[in-house]
Design a protein around this ligand. Structure first.
Ligand code: GUN
Length: 304
């Protein structure tokens, strides 16, 4: 039986460890403060942002949510960021990605003060990551590293294969694994014989955003499989393909008319892996935990 890597439980551990640090800051000066900026009305992004703000408040941190219309210009967004850069009570600034097409994302990320960049997306912090120097790290890949570490999964010397090369997950994930002494392969849509490359993996990270794409032929028996994907399925035939060996997924589809699935086939991974992250309840909670950790860290630096 494969071990399920419980992201919710590990999230709770991390949050519990942050509580005394938050209390110390609140008693000495003020609680850590985070602002989350959401542009437009992408329903998934709305859900992520409210979840981040809610977790902040539950931990006793200060948090603010700025919602801007879909039509917002780069200049308008930059004005808000400048204000948050200056504000004494804000330690972390998060701009939810993706941004609407007319916004120049690169200029936006460059505008955030690197010492308030709790997402680790500013080019300075990306450079620090490449150099393995201290700085806020991108939350999802950092969360995956915490999950592996706290689950006792040996990374040093392991063959790690990362599928997906995004700036937010794939690239930083590969660098973190490399710094932890894994032998890392990055794959993408042009990789030849992707299943064969994936089958080399002791640790397989799926982060390409294609529902249940990683099936049995990609998974070496006994591998650890981490699923970063989150996709909502509304098509019945697709739900039936995904439910092979995972009947709970079809039951959820029948009940709600849709079902959440990762980039990994849930039935196949349960059969083949030694350990894997479920969707939902795997990597997602860790992303939020690391955002909280980054915010506390930035507050501690700023408040001395
Ligand atoms: N979009 C998907 N993941 C993330 C994340 O970790 N941070 C932000 N800001 N946007 C995202």
């Amino acid at each position: 039986m494969a071990r399920i890597l419980d992201g919710k439980a590990i999230q709770q551990q991390i949050l519990d460890e942050l509580k005394p640090r938050i209390a110390r800051l609140a008693a000495a000066r003020r609680p850590p403060g985070l602002v989350a900026v959401l542009v437009g009305d992408n329903p998934a992004s709305q859900l992520y942002v409210s979840s981040k703000v809610k977790t902040c408040r539950e931990l006793g941190m200060y948090s603010e949510e700025l919602r801007l219309p879909e039509s917002t210009s780069t200049e308008e967004l930059l004005r808000h960021i400048e204000e948050f850069n200056q504000r004494e009570d804000i330690d972390g600034i998060l701009v939810q990605m993706p941004l609407p097409r007319q916004i120049d994302s690169r200029r936006v990320l460059l505008a955030i003060r690197p010492d308030k960049d709790v997402d680790g997306f500013h080019p300075f912090n990306v450079g620090q990551l490449v150099a393995n120097a201290p700085a806020p790290r991108a939350c999802t890949p950092a969360g995956v590293m915490e999950l592996l570490r706290r689950s006792g999964i040996e990374v040093a010397g392991a063959e790690a294969v990362v599928v997906g090369r995004s700036d937010i997950v794939g690239k930083p994930m590969a660098l973190l694994l490399m710094h932890a002494h894994a032998t890392v392969t990055i794959c993408h849509s042009r990789t030849r014989d992707l299943p064969a490359v994936c089958r080399r993996a002791d640790i397989l990270i799926a982060a390409m955003g294609r529902p249940a794409f990683i099936t049995a032929e990609f998974i070496r028996p006994g591998a650890v499989v981490v699923d970063v994907g989150i996709n909502r399925i509304t098509d019945r035939a697709e739900a039936e393909r995904i439910a092979r060996g995972a009947p709970a997924k079809l039951a959820a589809f029948e009940k709600n008319g849709s079902v959440l699935v990762g980039d990994v086939h849930p039935g196949d991974v349960a059969t083949l892996a030694s350990a894997y992250t479920p969707v939902p309840g795997g990597v997602g909670p860790l992303t939020i935990a690391m955002l909280m950790a980054n915010t506390v860290e930035c507050a501690e630096k700023r408040l001395g």
